[in-house]
Design a protein around this ligand. Structure first.
Ligand SMILES: Nc1nc2c(ncn2[C@@H]2O[C@H](COP(=O)(O)OP(=O)(O)O[C@H]3O[C@H](CO)[C@@H](O)[C@H](O)[C@@H]3O)[C@@H](O)[C@H]2O)c(=O)[nH]1
Ligand SMILES: [Mg+2]
Length: 224
């Protein structure tokens, strides 16, 4: 009897070794075995598969893959004031990998927890920043670390302002969250990417999208 497989793990899950076994979309890939290495909070699997290379030969491969579900993130912006509203929180994995204090500046974000991406991001934005936004603009969906992490993050943007302020934000204390909000001029946020004070991938992607294609893009110069 193994927790997470035939008996519930601490989060009540079973059958965690089934995920990915039935994949047949790609004729160059035959899944052979799925082993659960860890299922304490999220799930770490080792998947064994046969892979047909470009020259036609098959080889047996193994890849560990970390499954924490999918997530969503949102850039809150005020196009008139030319500001963005970001969050700041302690991120242990960054702290153990050379970040000076582990406090990362990020766009509001969270895991879907079974909800549709748009619903999840409106919930997370409210929990983390206190702003209840309208229908967010969908930007793109991205695999953030495809060599090792299954997660796909859904990216959004929405205006914020006095009209969307509905609470204090700060995250869910009972889940150990302690989140500050940070309102910054957009140009300052871009400068913070250059000097490393903003070092979170989703945040950099959304700020650069805002400059290139989003609310802070330069006016068309009439040059194609
Ligand atoms: N006890 C326990 N709690 C955990 C653990 N890992 C995460 N948590 C808790 O799980 C919750 C996750 O919070 P969310 O707001 O839903 O997710 P997030 O960590 O902000 O994730 C967002 O940012 C990530 C980093 O960019 C993204 O990877 C993710 O998709 C999402 O956008 C937090 O309360 C966190 O403390 C763990 O190992 N143990
Ligand atoms: Mg979060």
């Amino acid at each position: 009897m193994t927790d997470g497989i035939d008996t519930p793990d601490r989060r009540g899950r079973t059958g965690l070794d089934h995920y990915g076994r039935d994949l047949t979309r790609n004729p160059r890939v035959r899944i052979h075995d799925v082993e659960v290495l860890s299922c304490d909070w999220y799930v770490l699997r080792k998947t064994t598969f046969d892979y047909r290379h470009a020259d036609g030969h098959w080889s047996r491969e193994q890849r560990e893959n970390y499954d924490r579900g999918d997530g969503a993130t949102i850039l809150l912006y005020d196009a008139e004031q030319r500001t963005v509203l970001l969050t700041r929180q302690f991120r242990l994995p960054a702290y153990v990998n050379e970040h000076p204090d582990g406090f990362l500046i990020e766009t509001a974000a969270g895991l879907l927890d079974g909800d549709a991406p748009e619903e999840a991001i409106r919930r997370e934005a409210a929990e983390e920043t206190g702003h209840v936004v309208g229908t967010p603009e969908h930007v793109f969906d991205v695999y953030m670390s495809p060599g090792s992490v299954t997660e796909r993050v859904h990216f959004f943007a929405a205006p914020y302002g006095p009209g969307t302020a509905a609470g204090l934000g700060g995250g869910i204390a009972a889940e150990g969250e302690d989140i500050d909000t940070l309102e910054l001029p957009f140009t300052e946020a871009l400068a913070m990417i250059r000097d490393g004070r903003i070092a979170d991938a989703k945040t950099i992607m959304l700020l650069q999208w805002a400059a290139l294609d989003g609310p802070f893009r330069a006016r068309e110069q009439g040059v194609s």
